[in-house]
Design a protein around this ligand. Sequence first.
Ligand code: C2E
Ligand code: CA
Ligand code: CA
Ligand code: CA
Length: 277
Amino acid sequence: AKISGSSGWCFFDTSMPEQVRERSEIDAGLRIALEQDQFVLHYQPQVDDDGRILGAEALVRWLHPQQGMISPGRFVPIAEQNGLILPLGNWVLWAACRQLAHWADDPRLAHLTLAVNVSANQLAQADFVDRVLAALTETGAPAKRLKLELTESALAQEIESVIDKMNQLKEHGVSFSLDDFGTGYSSLNYLNRLPLDQLKIDQSFVQGMLQDTNSAEIAQMIVLLAERMGLSVLAEGVETPDQQVALQKRGCHQFQGYLFGRPMPAEEFERMLLGRD
Ligand code: C2E
Ligand code: CA
Ligand code: CA
Ligand code: CA
């Protein structure tokens, strides 16, 4: 915004609302961050009923040279608007595949799956399938261990094209999970046509289910829907044993949340698995 002041024109007036200022700082900083490789992936365990680690979700962090670690909630939405989510998403994909390739070399880690978040804009790219296959092939990551997390907004594009891309990747062994399920625009009509493997119960329902019957009923409905469609179901944002029990009672047997582990650097995740240290 151009603001006319006594000294002429200036671009960043001190009266500029804090949020707008932060936004343009992040916008400019992201371009540098991509050039200078300031991103890192953290890994949050996904577990079964017995707490056995089935895999992880990769969650990006920005290691800002001055501000320290910045969470994706502050920069992913901005990157989605200014187009930088494409190079950022590609960086995430490659970093995740390198990690998978590394795990594949260790018989104690080779079973792990890695879930990677994919934005609507990424999925919309005409060459999305080629990009994923290139990352897998060139890193040597096993496609069977890669799970792509889509949100309902990612599916709000031409559905035939989405289905086609998903099927092409599934032929290579890649699987798909529907993230934040129940919070966005869902059509049960297309849900049925998508070649999904998993529904992810959003943490808002998990955290609400002991307080309000609505959340509990929605969680129950998602489990039944998944069963009916032959999909697995995973609950995220599980923080307490009571929440885990409530989910188990409703037929959910895969979990992710602070109860089992926060998102952590790769080395820490591997130590947790190998039981050393
Ligand atoms: P999400 O995909 O729904 O990821 C789950 C978020 O919940 C993560 O936040 C995670 O740290 C947090 N979380 C996990 N367990 C718990 C819990 O028990 N309690 C609570 N309160 N929170 C929990 P994070 O890492 O800050 O990521 C926020 C969002 O940023 C993600 O939400 C996702 O939408 C986006 N994001 C993160 N990494 C990527 C990425 O590589 N690509 C894209 N496109 N988006 C990403
Ligand atoms: Ca996710
Ligand atoms: Ca989620
Ligand atoms: Ca979420």
